[in-house]
Structure formats: structure tokens, C-alpha cells
Design a protein around this ligand. Sequence first.
Ligand code: ES4
Ligand code: ZN
Length: 326
Amino acid sequence: MTALEYIKQVPKAELHLHIEGSFEPELMFEIAQRNKIEIPYATIEDVNKAYQFSNLQDFLDIYYAGANVLIHEQDFYDLTMAYFKQCAKENVLHAEIMFDPQTHTKRGVEFSTVINGIQRAREEAEKEFGISSLLIMSYLRHLSEEDAFETLQQSLPYKHLIKAVGLDSSEKGNPPSKFQRVFEASIKEGYVPVAHAGEEGPAEYIYEALDLLKIARIDHGNNCLTDPKLVERLVQEKIGLTVCPLSNTALRNVDHIDNHPLKKMLDLGLKVTVNSDDPAYFGGYLTQNYISCIEALDLSLQEVKQLVRHSFEYSFLSEQDKEKFL
Ligand code: ES4
Ligand code: ZN
């Protein structure tokens, strides 16, 4: 079997997916219309033109604008269900889904509206497609620590539905240290900590995420490659890295997919996984991320099998649930 044949059918897991980043233009148009909200695009062509990014901030501005049309519980359900339908097509059997409550509560949408819509889709996906999922509540790092604490408070009635907390949005100038106390409090509440680190920011931010936020997994982490000592530590401590190849090229953190460091990271012994990040914006869901890497980096079947194995091994499933997939 070739690596390409293998990846298209094998059961796999996705560990780094922003649900707001799976918002396809067609659904955005539909929800904008029924909620009577203006969006800055008249046609799909306008959308494609707008989705040419030169860095993370460029993308984030458009991503938050898109999320503006999400108002009702049904909107969050539709958004999440669309992602699960794609998972079912690709045989993605486990997904760890990030959501950004502040993107919505800042606009006056209740925390309960967001999570109830997502939760209803999770239950249906489990029942209809046999897809398991976990939720990661992400704090927006361009906002204040106080804001993150408020979000933590709002989440507590739904603690049983949320596995982990994350840290996303504009990395540069918003180091993990800014959120040390809210992560400490989140861990006390039982949440598993993760954080975006070393996507655009320096290796130093990865050290901070490890030492100050006590993270159990790193989102992206590519920039660890500038620091051999850090690479050695991540290998030794078996820290999972959720790498997002098409995100890295779309946001110009990697100039061309042919130069993506995924294979190099694997060769160094890093516990890398492949993920889509914001697939509606970056040109491909999970399988396409694998396919692009297989083609550009000439990954072997063995290497792809290892990446898939990592996707379950470094998930937050219980050891017992992991066994079902490995
Ligand atoms: C994100 Cl690619 C990326 N980086 C940081 N924060 C994000 N939120 C959504 N996508
Ligand atoms: Zn991300």
C-alpha cells in the first residue's frame, strides 16, 4: 500500500482544530443571511481574494470578522456539525476541538449559547458517526489576564464538558507568562493545559509554556528548531506537538510546503502530529494536510503510520480509549 492510499482510509485523530476556523464560506453566507448580518463578501471570488494572508494577524482579523455572524445556538451547532460531517468522510474518528468563547462573549453572545450548540453536535456525531471528541477552551492572548479569568469563571458550570484549556490568537508580544496565574487556576479546576507556542513567536515562548503554564502539549512548536537544547528536552519529555502544515504555508511561517520541517521534526524524534488548524481558511482538512506533506516531503508509509499513531498517542483520550485505536 502507498502512503497516499493508506492515509485516505485509515482511522485518524485531529488534535488542533479551531471550530471557528472550520467555517466554510457557503455556511457563512447562509448564517449571515438568516441572522441578517452584513459580511464584506458578495461572492466566493471575494472570499478567495480576502483569504490571501501575509501573517498570523492578517488572518486573525478576517477570522474574527467571519465569526461575527454566529449568534444563536443553532449557528454553533451547524458550524460544528459541518466539521464532524467532514471528519466522517475522512475517517477522522477522534477530534480535540478548540473554541474561543471570548470571540463570542465579547460580542454579547452568552457562553452557554456557544457551548450548548457545540455540545449538541458532539453528541450527535458520537451517536451517528461514532466520532469521539474533546473540547479545548482557548483563551485569547491579545486580551487581558483578567478577561481570561472571567472566561474561566463562565466555564465552570460546563466543566464536565471541557477537557483542556488553550492559548491562541496573536502570539508576538503576548507571551505565555502573561497567563501564568489563569493557567494555574485552570489546572486547579481540573483542566489540562495546552498553548500555541513557537508558531510565530520565539523558542523562549515554548520554554515559558512548559515551565510557567505547565502545558501537556504544544500547539505548533515549529520554532523549537532554532534551539537544539529545547528540541532535546521536548524529545526527552515526550511532549506532543500539533503541527499544522497548510496553516504554516498559508500564514507564511514556512515559505513553501517543500520546505516544511515536518519530516525533519520527525527525524529528530519530536512527537509531532499533523493537523489542519483552520481548514476553511488554509485550503485543506486533515487528510489534505497529510497528502500535501506526503507529496512534498516524500514521506514513507512508515513515517505516515507513525504520524497517525502519534495522533492517538498524544491525544487526551484515556489510556483505555487509546487502546481501541492503536
Ligand atoms: C489560530 Cl493559526 C492560529 N494561531 C493562533 N491563534 C489562532 N486562532 C485561530 N487560528
Ligand atoms: Zn491554532
